[in-house]
Design a protein around this ligand. Structure first.
Ligand code: NAD
Length: 368
């Protein structure tokens, strides 16, 4: 079967890290006989340079015609780049918001996995970390407080600001289905996070999530209040598999969960609509401070490509092979600069490598 992959290399380190992810996908085709066809899509600052806008209608049509999109990162240094002299709707980041909207990407999945080899980067205590943890946050991305009606008005001579939080049954159902489908491919547990003790939207959330759960008997469902979840992520992160939550809670909890893994260069992410289509990208940005130096960590992008294999193409065996190769490369002591041990820690058996070498080392470890 042929898979059409849109590739948005983007700006800064984007082209460097995407090049390595493509190398890994090419290695997967070689070993497993998959047929990947790539289509370059211009978005972000590089699109502004060519077309004067961060996202063209043509780029949207190209993305819609693909089975999935793999992205690097977009944007530049806000202080020095000419892109930031443009009005906000013409800046690189507007391209990202535009494509999410055009493709109706309402679900965002961000895994937070702690590799045993990188334990030292985790700010939690050794007894809490144990053998490491592996959770993923499924966040609703296009509804809730961030998209509700907003107003600031004067009432009796004083300013009053209002943000409306709305969720419809359908919005909850479609994200809950995504969470259960994801958990079914992982450790088969969903923790649905809400504030049902005070919010009506949360009470509806709970009711609909329970209805969806009935179709996934192999997946265990538990409910947790958001304040408790924020504590549990740092107290006992091992208890989680997929955390399902609404937009604002997910915004906060996904940053908290990713911070406990230690390095931004290791964190993959995916955004979905209600088809198998997904936009896969590292959680970090375009890192203008290190762009062009050949030192960026490509692992988050490579792991995002593995998520694409698993979630958009159902190529689980191939995704496992990529993830296993990443584990092995770390076990064998190879590190990009961002995940090197601190000067106070032992560096015995550890070797620093650049972006391209890390990609090559991962490819070498992909076997059938
Ligand atoms: P950033 O994530 O680009 O960088 C923060 C720090 O992390 C920097 O020190 C950087 O060197 C480091 N870092 C990030 N990715 C790394 C990697 N793969 N390997 C090694 N180190 C890495 O965040 P920022 O500096 O706030 O933003 C820079 C630009 O990226 C801005 O224009 C911002 O708008 C954009 N951005 C884009 C996306 C996206 O494309 N989805 C996401 C976030 C930020």
């Amino acid at each position: 079967m042929q898979y059409h992959i849109g590739v948005i290399a983007g700006d800064g380190i984007g082209p460097e890290i995407v090049r390595e992810a493509r190398k890994v996908l090419d290695r997967i085709s070689e070993v497993f006989g998959c047929d990947f066809v790539y289509e370059e899509i211009l978005m972000g600052g590089c699109s502004i340079d060519v077309h004067g806008v961060p996202l063209t209608e043509e780029a949207i049509a190209q993305a819609k015609g693909c089975d999935a999109v793999l992205m690097g990162s977009i944007g530049g240094d806000a202080k020095t780049s000419p892109w930031y002299k443009l009005e906000p709707s013409k800046r690189p980041e507007a391209g990202l918001l535009g494509i999410r909207k055009a493709l109706n990407l309402f679900a965002n999945l961000r895994p937070a996995y702690l590799y045993p080899e990188l334990k030292a980067a985790c700010p939690l205590r050794e007894d809490i970390i144990g053998d490491g943890f592996d959770m993923a946050i499924m966040r609703e991305l296009t509804g809730g407080l961030y998209f509700g009606e907003k107003k600031t008005e004067e009432v009796d001579g004083k300013l009053v600001a209002t943000d409306v939080l709305t969720y419809s049954e359908e919005e909850i159902r479609r994200i809950a289905i995504k969470a259960f489908e994801s958990a079914a491919k992982r450790k088969k547990k969903v923790t649905s996070v809400d504030k049902a003790n005070v919010l009506d939207s949360s009470r509806l959330w709970r009711k609909i999530v329970e209805e969806v759960a009935a179709s996934y008997p192999e997946v265990t469902l538990e409910h947790m209040l958001v304040d408790n979840c924020a504590m549990q992520i740092v107290k006992d992160p091992k208890q989680f598999d997929v955390i399902l939550t609404e937009n604002m809670f997910g915004d906060i909890l996904s940053d908290e969960a990713s911070m406990v893994t230690g390095s931004i260069g290791m964190l993959s992410s995916a955004s979905f609509n209600d088809t198998k289509f997904g936009l896969y990208e590292p959680s970090g940005g375009s890192a203008p401070d290190i762009a062009g130096k050949g030192i960026a960590n490509p692992i988050a992008t490579i792991l995002s490509a593995a998520m694409m294999l698993r979630y958009s193409f159902d190529l689980d065996k191939e995704a496992d092979a990529v993830e296993e190769a990443v584990r092995r490369v770390l076990k064998d002591g190879y590190r990009t600069i961002d995940i090197m041990p601190q000067p106070t820690e032992s560096r015995e058996g550890i070797r620093q490598v650049g972006t391209a070498e890390m990609g090559d080392l991962i490819c070498e470890r992909i076997t059938g």
